[in-house]
Design a protein around this ligand. Structure first.
Ligand SMILES: [Zn+2]
Length: 277
């Protein structure tokens, strides 16, 4: 039986017999292989030497484990905490938000093992971003005031961004720069087709400005880092011809579409309403 080393992020945990914990983790091995694995940590909840904080969801951990190919659950020899991301857990709302991000990554990584590396990188940068944001980030101060004026929360914008990125990683987002029918660049008006595909005004006479606005938001998400996206997002709202009193309805319709689509492609828990946090 080989002893392996890896670092990973805990997505889920289950308590067994009040003393052992089974964790679902996406890991990066020392050979830079990305995997999703189940581990059992024996006795952690009754241990006097090790704190049970180590097996919290959202933790970044270092693992030494025995790998037996034919076994579904591997045994941990040693587990050490690298980052607890405490700033993401210090109140109930934040904890709920974190568990939604982890749940999404959990289902996306079950659905397709080839995308685990990209999911790992997305999740790690998301956790690091949020940690900085909650700690001390002043760079979004003005943006947050603007979002607030539009009755939008930072969390829902972040979650929309994260969800669309995850859908893109899993191969569910088409090339948003072009019409999915004729391949020409889409200008002024668009028509949202099934899934995340759009037609131009020549290919679909029902093309409209709202769908074009959605297209621009989605394109912005797939092409930019979060801070750039959110700046562009505010600019897009200001440039669009959507009336202020109409805007929230338009935006919630986008959230609902993405929410619906997430549930269609990932086997998510029905109770989770991803974009209404
Ligand atoms: Zn077209």
């Amino acid at each position: 039986m080989k002893l392996e080393k890896a670092t990973g992020i805990i997505l889920k945990k289950h308590i067994i017999q009040e003393k052992d914990v089974i964790i679902d983790v996406i890991i990066q091995t020392t050979d830079h292989v990305y995997l999703r694995k189940k581990f059992i940590v024996y006795g952690i909840l009754k241990s006097k030497k090790r704190s049970s904080v180590i097996v919290e969801i959202g933790n970044m951990v270092e693992l030494n484990y025995y790998d037996k190919k034919e076994r579904e659950i591997q045994t941990i020899k040693e587990i050490n905490l690298i980052n607890r991301y405490y700033e993401l857990k210090d109140n109930y709302d934040k904890l709920v938000f974190l568990s939604i991000l982890l749940e999404l990554c959990n289902y996306a990584s079950i659905a397709d093992s080839h995308t685990i590396q990209d999911i790992y990188i997305l999740l790690l940068s998301g956790l690091n971003y949020l940690q900085n944001f909650y700690k001390n980030d002043e760079s979004l101060k003005e943006i947050l005031v603007l979002l607030n004026q539009m009755n939008l929360s930072f969390k829902e914008i972040f979650l929309l961004f994260f969800s669309v990125r995850l859908l893109k990683i899993s191969g569910y987002v088409g090339d948003l720069s072009k019409c999915s029918s004729c391949n020409n660049k889409i200008k002024e008006k668009a028509k949202w087709q099934e899934g995340l595909y759009f037609y131009c005004k020549e290919c679909d006479p029902t093309s409209n400005m709202i769908d074009f606005f959605y297209l621009k938001i989605l394109e912005n998400i797939t092409e930019n880092k979060f801070n750039n996206f959110i700046n562009n997002f505010i600019f897009l709202i200001q440039q669009s011809n959507i009336k202020k009193e109409e805007f929230l309805n338009v935006f919630h319709a986008l959230e609902n579409k993405i929410n619906h689509y997430l549930k269609e492609v990932f086997p998510l828990n029905e109770k989770i309403n991803l974009l209404q946090s």
